[in-house]
Ligand binder design. Structure first.
Ligand SMILES: Cc1cc2nc3c(=O)[nH]c(=O)nc-3n(C[C@H](O)[C@H](O)[C@H](O)COP(=O)(O)OP(=O)(O)OC[C@H]3O[C@@H](n4cnc5c(N)ncnc54)[C@H](O)[C@@H]3O)c2cc1C
Length: 370
C-alpha cells in the first residue's frame, strides 16, 4: 500500500498542472490509463497562458520549447469577408500553435521532476473511502497496486472517471462534434483560421514542423455529421468552403493518415467537488473549441485545484467552496461569450445548426445576469 496525500487521476494538462503545483510540498500520485500520448486536436494556446507559466515557475522552460507563435485569428464569420483580429494590442503578446503531444509530455515531465509519482499505463480498479482516507487500487502491467490518500482529484477529461463513480453527472449543453485531419503544409504561419458554413464551421491552424490541422465542426444529430466522420468526404467538402479551399491550396496542404473524430460539445459536471475530492480541467467544465479556452482552463483550474487541495489538507474548510464558486463564475462568463459569438453569425439563421445557437444567444441576451 503506497501512502500519498493526493491522488490525481488523468495526466493530461489539468492533471499534470495539479501535480506539478502540489508535488513540492505534498506526496502526489498521478494515474494515467494510456501508455503514450496519442495524436489529438487542440493546439491553439491563448496569450494569457504566459501568466500561468510565470506563476508556476515554468515560463523560461516553456519559452525554450519549439512551439510556433500565433499572432491572431482570421475569420470568415457573419459575412463573406475574411477579417483579421491580431494580438498586437494584447498585453500578453502573442499566443502559440503547439505541438500538442510535446506540450502534454512537457507538463507531465515537469510534474514528475518536481516529485510526483506517475503510474502509466494504469487502469482504475476500486475506489473506496474509509473514514478520511481514500483507498484506490489500479492495475498496471506488473500487477495490482494499492494506494491511499486523503484527497482525490479527477483530471480524467470529459469522461470524469472518478466524479461519475462518486455520483456526479455531466450536463451537456449542445451536441457539437469535430472531425480533424493533420497534414504537411508550407508557409502561412501565425494565424488561426475559422470559416462559418451552412452546417457548422471549419477550423485550420498551422502546426510546428511545417504541418497543419484542418477540422470541421457540426452537430452529432444533423446529416452533416457524416462529413466530420468521413475523412474523404471532409477533404472533398473542404474544397467547397470558399476561403478555406484557397488557404489550403496556398499552403499545398497534403493530408496524411493522422486524423480523428471527437465530441466537442460544451458541458459541465454537477457537482464538481465533494468531501475529499474535486474535478479539474475538462472533467469539471469543458468548452466549445471556438473559444480556444480549453488548455488555459485546464491549467487555470489545475492550479486552483492544487491550491484547494492544499487548503483542505491543512484543515481549512473554505478551499473547496471557493473552488466551486470559481468554476460557477467561469461557466457563467463562458456561456454568455459563446452565445454572443454564435449570435453574430446570422447568414443561415433558419438552418438547423445556426438556429439552435441563435435561439441560445437570444436566451442568454435576455436572461437576467446573476
Ligand atoms: C475538437 C477540439 C478542439 C480543441 N481545440 C483546442 C484549442 O485549439 N485550444 C485549446 O486551448 N483547447 C482546445 N480544445 C480543448 C482541450 O484539448 C482540452 O480542454 C484539454 O485537453 C483539457 O485537458 P484535461 O487535462 O482536462 O483533459 P485531457 O486532455 O482530456 O486529459 C485527460 C487525461 O486523463 C486520462 N484518463 C481518462 N480516463 C482515465 C482513467 N479512467 N484513468 C486514468 N486516466 C484517465 C486521459 O488518457 C488523458 O490523458 C479542443 C477540444 C476539442 C474537442
Amino acid at each position: 500500500m503506497i501512502e500519498a496525500d493526493v491522488i490525481v487521476v488523468g495526466a493530461g494538462p489539468a492533471g499534470s498542472t495539479v501535480a506539478l503545483n502540489l508535488a513540492p510540498t505534498r506526496r502526489v500520485i498521478m494515474i494515467e490509463r494510456l501508455p503514450d500520448i496519442p495524436p489529438r486536436i487542440g493546439e491553439s494556446l491563448v496569450p494569457a497562458a504566459r501568466r500561468l507559466f510565470a506563476d508556476m515557475g515554468l515560463w523560461r522552460s516553456f519559452e525554450a520549447e519549439p512551439h510556433s507563435p500565433c499572432y491572431g485569428n482570421r475569420s470568415v464569420w457573419g459575412s463573406n469577408e475574411a477579417v483579421d483580429n491580431d494580438f498586437l494590442r494584447d498585453l500578453d503578446g502573442h499566443g502559440w500553435h503547439l505541438d500538442r503531444g510535446r506540450f502534454d509530455a512537457w507538463l507531465r515531465v515537469a510534474a514528475v521532476s518536481r516529485g510526483a509519482r506517475l503510474f502509466a499505463p494504469a487502469q482504475l480498479a476500486d475506489i473506496e473511502r474509509s473514514g478520511e482516507t481514500w483507498r484506490v487500487s489500479v492495475t498496471t502491467p506488473t500487477g495490482m497496486v494499492g494506494m491511499t490518500a486523503r484527497f482525490l482529484i479527477d483530471a480524467g477529461g470529459r469522461a470524469a472517471p472518478i466524479a461519475r463513480r462518486l455520483g456526479a453527472r455531466r450536463r451537456r449543453h449542445d451536441r457539437l462534434v469535430c472531425g480533424w485531419i493533420h497534414g504537411a503544409a508550407s508557409g502561412s504561419k501565425g494565424l488561426t483560421f475559422i470559416e462559418a458554413v451552412e452546417d457548422g464551421w471549419w477550423y485550420s491552424a498551422p502546426l510546428p514542423n511545417e504541418r497543419r490541422v484542418v477540422a470541421f465542426h457540426t452537430d452529432a444529430d444533423l446529416a452533416s455529421a457524416h462529413i466530420a466522420r468521413d475523412r474523404q468526404e471532409m477533404l472533398r467538402r473542404a474544397t467547397s468552403a470558399a476561403h478555406l479551399s484557397e488557404l489550403l491550396e496556398s499552403v499545398a496542404f497534403a493530408p496524411d493518415q493522422v486524423s480523428g473524430f471527437t465530441a466537442a460539445h460544451s458541458s459541465h459536471l454537477a457537482p464538481c467537488m465533494g468531501d475529499g475530492w474535486l474535478a479539474a480541467g475538462d472533467a469539471a467544465i469543458n468548452f466549445d473549441p471556438l473559444s480556444s479556452q480549453g488548455l488555459f482552463n485546464a491549467m487555470y483550474t489545475g492550479l486552483a485545484a492544487a491550491e484547494a487541495a492544499d487548503r483542505y489538507l491543512s484543515e481549512s474548510i473554505d478551499g473547496l467552496s471557493d473552488y466551486e464558486r470559481s468554476i460557477t463564475g467561469i461557466r457563467t462568463a463562458y456561456a454568455e461569450r459563446l452565445a454572443f459569438w454564435y449570435g453574430t453569425e446570422t447568414r443561415w439563421k433558419e438552418g438547423a445548426f445556426w438556429r439552435r445557437r441563435v435561439d441560445e444567444s437570444a436566451r442568454a441576451t435576455h436572461a437576467p445576469r446573476r
